[in-house]
Design a protein around this ligand. Structure first.
Ligand code: ZN
Length: 197
């Protein structure tokens, strides 16, 4: 009996451990899996941009990640105002669209894409305030157009709010509030792109 009790106790401990490990805030990978082997910027004619408002490209990052507790980057055309309304927004890497809809006031149309990295880890990119969504489901390739730059139904001057999250993000597959002093789960988008060109 003692042996059986030990076996049962061990089995219960293993079960409890597995249950703990299975408690995650995110679901299983979107399938089929396409590997995100490189990243590029989501706007502009070229794959890579400078964040500065300079003559090297037509775009700049108007509100950096972490600045004023921003959880993403705000991409605008150097020419300002609403001159970027309707410009193409591209997938930052190969992936699967997991979210594409109007997320309400403050957000407007939002697309989220899940990216499986070569090492199996997953990232998620988010594109907000879109004037139009060009694709709502399925696999997307690096630099495939997924929408157009917009103003969140007139709430702002046109710009792209762009986030990159990892699997620790508490709002995986959900919009959040765009700003928080606690940035666990959010990555600096330009740093991530520049490190995985
Ligand atoms: Zn923003």
């Amino acid at each position: 009996m003692a042996f059986i009790r030990v076996v049962l106790t061990s089995a219960m401990l293993v079960f409890a451990a597995c249950s703990q490990a299975d408690i995650q805030q995110i679901g299983p990978p979107a399938t089929p899996v396409v590997i995100a082997d490189s990243f590029a910027y989501p706007v502009g004619k070229t794959r890579f941009l400078t964040q500065a408002k300079d003559a090297k490209d037509e775009w700049y990052n108007a509100l950096d990640f972490g600045e004023d507790n921003h959880l993403g980057e705000d991409w605008n055309k150097n020419s300002g105002g609403n001159t970027d309304c309707g410009e193409a927004v591209y997938s930052a890497a190969n992936g699967i669209i997991t979210y594409a809809k109007d997320a309400g006031p403050g957000w407007g149309n939002v697309v989220m894409i899940e990216h499986t990295m070569p090492d199996g880890r997953r990232l998620q990119s988010l594109y907000a305030h879109l004037q139009e969504i060009a694709k709502t489901t399925g696999e997307v390739r690096l630099r495939e157009q997924i929408g157009k730059v917009g103003n969140a139904n007139g709430r702002y001057l046109c710009h792209l709010h762009f986030e990159i999250r990892d699997e620790s993000c508490p709002s995986w597959d959900m919009v959040f509030i765009g700003y928080s002093p606690v940035r666990t789960g959010w990555l600096d988008p330009s740093d991530l792109i520049d490190s995985r060109r």
